[in-house]
Unconditional design. Structure first.
Length: 181
């Protein structure tokens, strides 16, 4: 019985393809995500927010927060939500290097610019775009970086507010444990 020459060539080809599939890297990420410095939310003294709704400044005053030029008390819950996003910001993927910001609502007319201050020092500056179609990420652009990233969580609505929406509207409150009758 005579061996055909196609069999050794076919066997070598199968071995070569098998080695290629086994040895090739499966993690095909060809970029590095920026390392964001940690931000302590208790050190933040001011938040500047500029977006389609206008410019709003929220400042720490004593143990509370005030908003706007009238320095009205700010909703503690709204400010704490903002501080949580600023402190826990995590970019998970590079989305675009093309600088086509309109697609992600990061163009100057529609983005929300957020700057967090600790005294006179900027501790975080970013631009917030639209929420990703999965509603689990938000498109962001970091200050000084032209790329668009996915950030973990859906938080556009947290910052896209005017001064009126950030005001504390509670008029009177009672502690339940203090009420006796």
């Amino acid at each position: 019985m005579r061996m055909r020459k196609e069999y050794p060539i076919l066997a070598a080809l199968i071995v070569a393809l098998g080695l290629y599939l086994y040895l090739r890297p499966t993690d095909r990420t060809g970029y590095e995500l920026p390392a964001l410095p940690a931000v302590d939310p208790s050190s933040v003294t001011k938040l500047d927010i500029t977006g389609p709704a206008g410019t709003v400044t929220v400042e720490r005053e004593g143990d509370g927060w005030v908003v706007g030029p009238q320095r009205c008390p700010a909703s503690r819950q709204a400010v704490e939500s903002m501080l949580k996003v600023v402190a826990d910001l995590t970019v998970t993927a590079l989305i675009s290097e093309s600088q086509a910001y309109e697609r992600y609502e990061l163009d100057p007319a529609r983005r929300v610019a957020v700057t967090a201050w600790a005294g006179a020092r900027k501790v975080r500056e970013l631009f917030v775009g639209k929420v990703a179609p999965t509603f689990r990420h938000t498109h962001v652009q970091l200050a000084g970086d032209p790329h668009v990233y996915h950030a973990r969580e859906s938080f556009r609505v947290t910052f896209d507010k005017d001064a009126e929406a950030l005001r504390d509207k509670q008029v009177l409150a009672f502690a339940r444990d203090k009420v006796q009758a």
